[in-house]
Unconditional design. Structure first.
Length: 280
């Protein structure tokens, strides 16, 4: 966990919610009141966000006491209690919605990721996420992917060079784009992996002729072309399939022999896992 990043996220999220005060709690609950609450799971899935929830409680009120029963990555069922929290009632209520928003979203992502990862059990292919994340929540969403058993692709624009179709077109072609990327790294004294997206076998052949990349993304290839592309690459570069991949067809893509399959749907099209924080 990146503590600095998480602390900033929590600070901003609390400020967004709290404004000039929780007037409902202030008006209905006496100052100094204490209580207990439990995180109740209301739907089966993979739990994610417990570690984050503890950080939220600690940042809101270091005197809150938690007891953990289920940790991140564990399978949960309806009626399970993930943890309890005890202390200032005002603090618990301030933390409630932020904890739930994060855990429900993260658990939904972890659950979907885990379900798809299991479909790949019989293949060496790994499941990747993408940058198709919720602005401001990327770190949490990619964390949830890892909890679910998936693999993070690049975190942002800064930690890998990924030459996509628009870059190729603006650069004047594949050869120009690859040459420029390598020259940039040399000029800047940076060591970043280079991945390039290709749209068909003709573009792939241009990449294979040029070289100077680490990974090739085979985007929206049909199965016949994907198998042919993997054979042409012949393990010289890491391969990644993307575009139009779903739970229903992912095993067919894996059967083509690619190293990775990326799915934006892991983070952009996810149903949150139902849970609640209940006083008891």
């Amino acid at each position: 966990m990146d503590k600095k990043l998480i602390d900033l996220f929590i600070k901003n999220a609390i400020a967004e919610d709290l404004g000039d005060g929780d007037h409902t709690s202030l008006s209905t609950i006496p100052a100094g009141a204490t209580g207990k609450a439990k995180l109740l799971v209301k739907e089966p899935g993979i739990l994610a966000g417990v570690e984050l929830a503890i950080e939220i409680f600690n940042q809101i009120d270091a005197n809150l006491q938690t007891e953990i029963f289920i940790t991140d990555g564990e399978t949960v069922s309806y009626g399970d209690i993930a943890f309890t929290v005890e202390g200032s009632t005002h603090s618990i209520l301030l933390a409630e919605r932020l904890v739930l928003n994060c855990m429900q979203r993260m658990s939904g992502i972890a659950t979907k990721t885990n379900r798809i990862v299991k479909l790949l059990d019989n293949f060496p292919t790994k499941l990747l996420d993408t940058r198709k994340t919720t602005p401001g929540l990327r770190y949490l969403e990619k964390w949830a992917v890892r909890i679910g058993g998936g693999v993070n692709h690049r975190i942002g624009l800064y930690d890998m060079i990924l030459i996509k179709d628009n870059h190729v077109d603006y650069a004047g072609g594949i050869t120009n784009a690859i040459s420029a990327a390598n020259q940039y790294l040399a000029d800047q004294g940076r060591q970043l992996e280079i991945e390039i997206e290709v749209r068909d076998i003709a573009e792939l052949n241009q990449v294979l002729e040029k070289g100077m990349v680490n990974r090739i993304m085979l985007d929206n290839f049909n199965f016949d072309d994907l198998r042919a592309a993997v054979k042409l690459i012949d393990h010289r570069y890491v391969t990644e399939a993307s575009g139009g991949i779903t739970e229903e067809n992912i095993t067919e893509y894996a059967e083509c022999g690619v190293d990775y399959i990326s799915m934006g749907a892991l983070t952009h099209s996810v149903k949150s896992l139902d849970m609640s924080l209940k006083a008891y």
